[in-house]
Ligand binder design. Structure first.
Ligand code: SF4
Length: 238
């Protein structure tokens, strides 16, 4: 995954404001995207599943990353792809062999889901991971987050990506991630030209700064000026 050049956005004199729910001000979405993607280009975390757009690899990586640390996933993912390089190979594998590879990740219930998912993709979709949201969500073990990640990072579709970590970087905190106005905010902020770069940057910002153990890190954050959480953290620290 290469982070696209954000120079064009940075030089643009235009603004594109997005109404904010909680604190009554607006955020310039062009500023937000430019700051985020510029930062993300310099801090991109390169993992094997981020240097491919193969939807099978992205799908398996997202399933493994569910509630699991990246450092645990890395060796398992590499071994998994050596043994099962495509969906057909996975569908032919025995459940025991899949269990053997994925056992170090814990959450053993998802191992059977992976086997069921492979059989379903072969049986209903001709061994091709679908890009349609409803079809993805119809697969065993595919959550809303996983469907969005596969659609964005594999197929380049402009799906917002929101989980408990990425909401840190947003200008307001949602009372519920299903809140309609919050979803509109997400849609308004998302970079439609570079959705993968935008979403990867948001993920990396959350992991490298928002959730840093050397708190508070908000003082060096590119989004501090628009961040409700950051403003509160800085106020407490001073
Ligand atoms: S200001 Fe702080 S909480 Fe907000 S996005 Fe930046 S690091 Fe995260």
């Amino acid at each position: 995954m290469m982070i696209p050049d954000g120079d064009r956005r940075r030089e643009s004199p235009e603004t594109e404001t997005v109404p904010i729910l909680a604190n009554g001000h607006e955020v310039d979405a062009l500023w937000f995207r430019s700051r985020l993607i510029d930062w993300g280009r310099d801090h991109f975390r390169s993992f094997p599943w981020r240097v491919t757009n193969d939807p099978y690899r992205l799908l398996m990586a997202e399933v493994m990353l569910h509630r699991t640390q990246v450092r645990q996933v890395l060796p398992v993912y590499k071994r998994f792809m050596e043994l099962f390089p495509d969906i057909a190979a996975l569908a032919r594998a025995t459940r025991e062999s899949i269990h053997d590879v994925m056992r170090p990740l814990g959450l053993h219930w998802r191992i059977d889901l992976v086997a069921d998912m492979a059989a379903d993709i072969v049986g209903r979709f001709g061994a091709r991971v679908p890009s349609d949201r409803d079809e993805l969500l119809s697969l065993p073990g595919v959550s809303d987050y996983i469907a969005s990640a596969v659609r964005c990072f594999s197929f380049g579709l402009d799906d917002p990506l929101v989980d408990t970590n990425t909401v840190f970087g947003l200008p307001v905190k949602p009372s519920s991630r299903r809140n309609k106005r919050f979803r509109e905010l997400l849609d308004g902020l998302l970079d439609r030209e570079s959705p993968a770069a935008y979403n990867y940057s948001l993920l990396d910002l959350a992991h490298l700064i928002c959730l840093s153990r050397r708190a508070p890190e908000c003082g060096r954050c590119p989004l501090l000026a628009s961040c409700a959480t950051g403003a509160a953290r800085v106020a407490v620290a001073t």
